[in-house]
Write a protein of this length. Structure first.
Lengths: 165, 165
DNA sequence: TAGGCATGCTTCGAATTCGAAGCAATGTGA
DNA sequence: TCACATTGCTTCGAATTCGAAGCATGCCTA
């Protein structure tokens, strides 16, 4: 049990670095495409996508923040931009007077639909191009549990504001 | 050839989302640890790690920017901070008068060494915890080619400044 | 070998990002 | 029920980030 070794083995290092590099490169490419296609930032796109995916077309602020792994204040800012652009609406939540429910508008859905094909194209061309269907399945099978494991740690925005003494 | 479908298949979507989520969560955890352990940002850590890895302990600015996938101006800023903190040094490159060579200092190596164990611990605990050794091998085997494929596209910082008409 | 384009880095200004502090509503224990 | 901690979101200020423009050096070719 002499664990927590001073370093990762070479295979782990390779996987870790590849992971970091791949997502950095992918993210930049996607950001470029989104900016060109719809003048959207990556976060804004993620938010619209999540809202568009929801059966109700809406989510609470906190759920959005946790979903896209973003600070609460940053989310307020971005949702403000989206609202100003007419892509989402903000209403006080029905059950909890403090909560704010964000809802995608028709304009939001239209823009999302306009941007999606190009987005898919970039992801396909960069991420999936060198992977066989079996590879993709394997990748999903590997990363799914990792995500669940990470999510099981309390999300950053839910960290208690202070500790009791 | 009726390609570029309007959407990704569910497995691809799952893999893509898992990838994005995993790296977002991992990144935040790592950032937290680095801030606590050595008051370093993620980029700064990446820079020190790359410099520490180099046989010469140094790299040119552009190579660093491309390596960590970062804007050139942002790199100037960050290297400036590192230099002010005494963790790296800047010297004009020997062969190319325009170039700037960044070199890690002893203090930089010391800090890097101080921060690394905690970093490894976070990565082990979050990323590798749910993965068997075989899984890690598989992950590396999958992502390596993807990285190479993405890298084969011209790095963002090398984009031509303008196109000829 | 001179003109002109390309490359390497920095500066500048605008936009984004985050954490800490603040405000309102909600839950909780005595 | 009433204080008081908690939760949900926003505001605020400081730090970071990026692209465009600027400057200096190197390369290339006519």
């Amino acid at each position: 049990m002499s664990d927590s070794p001073p370093s990762l083995d070479p295979v782990q290092l390779g996987a870790y670095f590849a992971l970091v590099e791949v997502t950095s490169l992918l993210r930049h490419a996607v950001e470029q495409q989104l900016k060109d296609a719809g003048d959207l930032s990556y976060v804004q796109f993620q938010l619209l996508a999540r809202l568009g995916d929801s059966p109700t077309g809406s989510h609470r602020m906190t759920d959005l923040a946790d979903g896209v792994v973003y600070s609460r204040s940053g989310l307020t800012y971005q949702v403000g931009l989206l609202e100003k652009a007419g892509l989402v609406g903000r209403t006080p939540s029905a059950d909890d007077e403090r909560g704010v429910t964000v809802t995608i508008t028709d304009a939001g859905r239209t823009l999302l639909a306009a941007v999606l094909p190009g987005h898919v194209e970039v992801v396909s061309g960069l991420l999936f191009e060198p992977l066989s269907p079996d590879d993709v399945t394997a990748l999903a099978r590997l990363l799914g549990p990792v995500r669940d494991h990470m999510r099981s740690a309390p999300p950053r925005s839910a960290a208690p504001r202070r500790r009791k003494s």
